[in-house]
Design a protein around this ligand. Structure first.
Ligand code: GLU
Length: 357
């Protein structure tokens, strides 16, 4: 790789913080040093977790981590500045300056916020500053959940038009099985397309502080659908960041980018907005959706859940397979077909096909 590339590197709580819950200065220092020593031109943005862990290890007096979201939000405020101090030290030792950017899901939903976030990140890169991004846990109106930063990293990668995304975690990459239950589990090196079978491999959350593989695969799905190649690799594997930046094999699992990427709005519909109901549609409607048509009332077999115009819903075929996700044009109630069979239930502009035909 000779051209300057733009990459997002996401590091999870279990890697950013050490056994004592405090930021792991040695690992952060190593990451900064690898970024500085890479021999190719690159713009790097870091998405760092670890605020809650660092905060609680400072004020929790050895008690188990609380589950009350209000307490976690407050704790994150303590940890976030400890995290930033560590990142500033790590990059400072390489002669680099960091800037903190805290983003909430809302910032990706509201177009003006979205554009401002992009502008700020672009300016920071222009100024030679390394942006260190986390979710704005202290004020975000959703619960702090492990795994959110995987999604955040994918959204950021899309936002700033990254070439590649590196998700560093406490596993070596995506394995064929859960190594805790299967001694023959081996690393999957390349994934050309994320399908339902692969998503099933992801399993549940693993060790404390890890969002598990499932949120990472979801992030890889989002990123690759945005045209961003994604690598999931072990945070402590030797020279992983430098090798990734230089385009060498960094170990881990590479998810190839899709050729046809989604618009920001469709990406948001597909992966960021929570679906509140499920529509089952008939085979004719499935075929029509694959032909780029809108979903009409006539194609709906049943409705599970209650949703109003503007809500996101999943669209399944009769066998229950996920076909698409979209934003409703009408109100729908449990098991009640829409009043007008010819009316548009989801407009094609608000519909994302997630299944392969
Ligand atoms: N934003 C949370 C933190 O910094 C972590 C979220 C995540 O691990 O995905 O503690």
């Amino acid at each position: 790789m000779s051209e300057r590339s733009r990459v997002v590197i996401k590091i999870g709580t279990s890697s950013v913080t050490g056994a004592d819950g405090q930021p792991n200065a040695a690992l952060l220092g190593s990451i900064a040093q690898q970024i500085e020593s890479a021999t190719v031109g690159h713009d790097v943005l870091i998405v760092s977790s670890g605020a809650v862990n660092a905060g609680w290890s400072t004020i929790g007096a050895g008690k188990p981590r609380p589950s009350d979201p209000a307490v976690l939000q407050a704790v994150s405020a303590v940890g976030q500045q400890l995290l930033m101090r560590s990142w500033a030290d790590a990059f400072g030792a390489q002669g680099l300056v960091v800037g903190q950017v805290l983003l909430a899901p809302h910032d990706f939903e509201t177009r003006s916020q979205y554009l401002h976030a992009r502008q700020t990140l672009e300016q920071l890169l222009d100024l030679g500053v390394v942006p260190i991004i986390n979710e704005n846990d202290a004020v975000a109106d959703d619960e702090i959940r492990y795994g959110d930063n995987d999604r955040l990293a994918a959204l950021v990668a899309h936002l700033i038009g990254a070439d590649r995304l590196l998700i560093l975690t406490d596993a070596p990459g995506l394995l064929t099985a859960d190594p805790r239950h299967d001694a023959n589990a081996s690393l999957i090196e390349v994934v050309t397309e994320i399908d339902a079978g692969l998503a099933a491999l992801a399993g549940g959350p693993g060790s404390v502080g890890s969002g598990g593989m499932s949120s990472k695969i979801q992030a890889a799905w989002m990123a690759t659908w945005s045209g961003v190649e994604t690598v999931i690799a072990g945070a402590t594997s030797p020279d992983v960041v430098r090798r990734f930046l230089e385009g060498l094999d960094a170990g881990g699992t590479t998810f190839q980018a899709r050729q046809r990427s989604l618009s920001a709005r469709k990406l948001w519909i597909a992966f960021a907005v929570a679906a509140v109901a499920t529509l089952i549609i008939d085979d004719g409607a499935v075929a029509a959706l694959h032909d780029d048509a809108s979903l009409l009332g006539v194609g709906i077999v049943s409705v599970h859940g209650r949703a109003v115009s503007g809500d996101a819903v999943e669209v399944h075929d009769r066998s229950g397979s996920l076909i698409a996700k979209g934003i409703l044009k009408v109100d729908l109630t449990n098991d009640q077909a829409p009043e007008s069979p010819d009316g548009i239930v989801i407009h094609r502009d608000d519909l994302v096909i997630l299944a392969t035909p």
